[in-house]
Design a binder for this molecule. Structure first.
Ligand code: GUN
Length: 291
């Protein structure tokens, strides 16, 4: 029997509706409007699309959206100056600096300049440390979205074997932390992992976040497993016409869907959850800032 398709788009809509309801209530009862500032440095085309979508959905949820688009050659001091201003602006509850940054900018320094309580990406070193030690923190949006989908499908994750493919600071590492916090037995696999197919075949939960199109075939998947595909890869699609492209995940969907118990599609799986969680984190930051 083919896998259940996990509808991240529909789930994200319910999260966004819930956030919008809280925003309406905050405004009516406390006169507060949560605000999210997004900073984009340079002209990376994918980043421009993400930032535009973040702005649109922020406004749709009733929050204030502040967009700062800076030229690629912006000096580090100028970017740090802007972050300092946003840190002390009471209308701004969340700050997100879109990654990747141009090579002359030190991403760690920039991220760690954001006030931790406004770090809605959860990338600040204090939030990373808090997450890893079980303290209240901002949780990175993509792994948080994956966790919500997993809990929704599986309920209690305790004792399940979870394999996270990829060890990035944005997805792989925080995903592993969250699954460990939910009492999974967690393996983080990466490009140097030996016997990768066998490691994957042991997974009740497989989260693929490596950025390699269709890298995971169906025969790496344990029958009945829940597969979360974080990859968003653009590949040529000659079947759609000359020069056309389409998006595929890190998992080979067509073979995986025959084996898995449930799987997220690309697009329409994890992607929409990321922005929904960003809005939820901004709301959380606003509530915490105002007691
Ligand atoms: N670039 C790709 N994903 C992300 C993300 O979740 N946050 C930020 N700031 N940049 C990204």
């Amino acid at each position: 029997m083919p896998a259940e398709i996990i509808d991240g788009k529909a789930f994200a809509e319910t999260v966004r509706a819930r956030v919008a309801g809280h925003v309406t209530q905050l405004r009516a009862e406390q006169g507060l409007t949560p605000g999210l500032a997004v900073v984009l440095v340079g002209e990376d085309p994918a980043s421009q699309v993400y930032v535009r979508n973040k702005g649109i959905q922020t406004k749709e949820s009733g929050m204030a959206s502040f967009e700062h688009r800076l030229p690629a050659e912006t000096p580090e001091a100028a970017l740090l100056g802007l972050i300092g201003e946003l840190n002390s602006d009471p209308a701004v509850h969340g700050i997100l600096v879109q990654l990747p940054l141009p090579a002359h900018l030190n991403a760690d320094l920039v991220i760690n300049a954001i006030a931790p309580e406004k770090d809605v990406d959860g990338f600040h070193i204090l939030n990373v440390g808090r997450l890893n030690t079980g303290q209240k923190s901002m949780v990175p949006c993509t792994p948080l979205g994956c966790l919500m989908l997993l809990r929704d499908r599986l309920g209690d994750l305790s004792g399940l074997n979870a394999v996270v493919l990829g060890r990035s600071n944005i997805v792989g590492k925080p995903m592993a932390s969250l699954l460990l916090r939910d009492s999974c037995t967690v393996t983080v696999a990466h490009s140097r992992t030996r016997d990768l197919p066998d490691v994957c075949r042991n997974a009740d939960i497989l989260v693929a976040a490596v950025g390699r199109p269709r890298m995971v075939p169906g025969d790496w998947i344990k029958p009945g497993a829940t597969v979360i595909d974080v990859g968003i890869n653009r590949v040529p699609a000659p079947e759609k016409g000359e020069g056309k492209t389409r998006l595929v995940g890190d998992v080979d969907f067509d073979s995986a869907v025959e084996v898995a118990g449930a799987i997220t599609p690309v697009p329409g799986g994890v992607g929409p959850m990321t922005i929904a969680c960003l809005l939820a984190n901004t709301l959380t930051a606003c509530c915490r800032a105002n007691g």
